[in-house]
Design a protein around this ligand. Structure first.
Ligand SMILES: *Cc1c(COP(=O)(O)O)cnc(C)c1O
Length: 379
């Protein structure tokens, strides 16, 4: 089932599988080819830049949420587009942003007015846009919903001027999370109804991220139709900036059982922590799949998995197995390329997982390993 041998790897480690990454990239590239739209990697979800040379063969560039990401995108994918959007830029960062970004999206017209002078002075050819808040989202979890009440993300229609100021060549919206093309279709309809008078004359329209394009049941045909419809109607270029979809199901977290114990139920303590190494398990929250494991009670031996931190809530979930677990057994958590290594931390002095790349031949390379200095140097 796995393309690589887990027994030889250091644990804990994230493994990104080239074959699986390429499969995603091919799907994304097919959308580009069929529409002429442009697709960017949202680095927020996945910033493993050793894969950027591969990604740049399929996608048009990177997008960033601020100075460090935009710099990483420029440095590691230099021959592609570098985009940035931030809820608010600071003057001390903006000089550097202007020196590397090809597209700068502002959260408000105030920010645009404050910073457009720096863009002019740079004499670089920079596309400038505004993030709109269409006040329409089908996301049900508030912390992931950029359109919840009083949201700071984007400008609502009532704050838009009658006419877009000179210098703005595009608009941006980001209102989706792990959603299908049906949600996009309804969202675009609302955007057209509310912001339609601003669309003619734009050079580009950015549909943001949250498109689960590489998920098995995603309706790629519908996405292609929506993109083509908008591009043909307004004569503009659509940008998509998925994060998740680029590396969805393309990576794993390999962990080892440190100990087992009982407290009314069987418990296994692993060398990986939910809080430190897969924080979205607690934040989203969600239950990651483990290869070979079932739901609690489905197989004869059920365990609750916890991390080696002192946080009582550092619980990964409950899983069942055909055999009892013992110290040294290895577990493989699925879909751990995205929102994992970009969010991990050394809380409680936890070591960071190594980062491993597995090529198409199944050969693994340790891209990076971490030690005590990575913990100490930040404090
Ligand atoms: C988070 C984010 C993305 C990427 O979202 P995914 O859900 O990972 O596809 C793209 N654009 C913006 C503005 C974002 O905030």
């Amino acid at each position: 089932m796995l393309n690589f041998d887990i027994s030889a790897l250091p644990t804990p480690c994230y493994v990104v599988d080239e074959k699986l990454l390429k499969k995603n990239l091919e799907i994304l590239a097919s959308v580009r080819e069929r529409t002429g739209c442009r697709i960017l990697l949202a680095q927020k979800a996945f910033s493993m830049y050793s894969t950027y040379p591969l990604i740049s063969k399929y996608l048009d560039g990177t997008t960033a949420s601020g100075l460090f990401e935009v710099r990483l995108g420029k440095e590691e994918m230099p021959d592609r587009e570098t985009h940035v959007y931030s809820p608010a830029y600071s003057e001390k960062e903006f000089g550097e942003i202007v020196s590397v970004a090809d597209h700068i999206v502002f959260n408000s017209f105030r920010q645009f007015e404050r910073f457009s002078r720096f863009i002019k002075e740079s004499e670089r050819d920079i596309e400038v846009g505004i993030r709109m808040n269409p006040e329409y989202s089908e996301i049900e979890t508030d912390i992931y919903n950029p359109c919840f009440e009083n949201s700071r993300l984007g400008t609502v229609l009532s704050e838009f001027p009658d006419k877009l100021p000179d210098g703005i060549s595009g608009l941006h919206f980001h209102t989706m999370c792990e959603q299908g093309a049906d949600v996009l279709e309804r969202t675009v309809k609302v955007v057209e109804e509310r912001f339609g008078k601003y669309l003619p004359g734009l050079k580009w329209l950015n549909f943001g991220g949250g498109h689960h394009i590489t998920r098995d049941d995603y309706d790629v045909e519908k996405l292609v139709d929506v993109v083509n419809y908008i591009q043909n109607k307004y004569g503009l270029t659509v940008y998509l900036e998925p994060g998740e979809a680029v590396a969805l199901n393309a990576g794993f977290l390999v962990s080892e059982v440190l100990d087992t114990m009982k407290n009314s139920m069987d418990i296994a303590i692993l060398d990986t922590s939910a809080a430190c190494h897969m924080p979205d398990v607690l934040e989203m929250p969600y239950r990651p799949n483990i290869i070979g494991a079932g739901m609690p009670g489905e197989k004869p031996y059920t365990y609750r998995f916890g991390g080696p931190t002192c946080l009582a809530g550092d619980i990964i979930g409950e899983y069942s197995f055909d055999q009892p677990l013992k110290t040294g057994d290895r577990l493989v958590f699925c879909d751990m390329a995205i929102y994992s290594m970009v969010k991990n931390n050394t809380f409680n002095g936890m070591p960071l997982p190594s980062i491993v790349y597995c090529n198409e031949q199944g050969e693994c390379t340790i891209v990076k390993s971490f030690g005590y200095e990575d913990f100490k140097s930040r404090l």
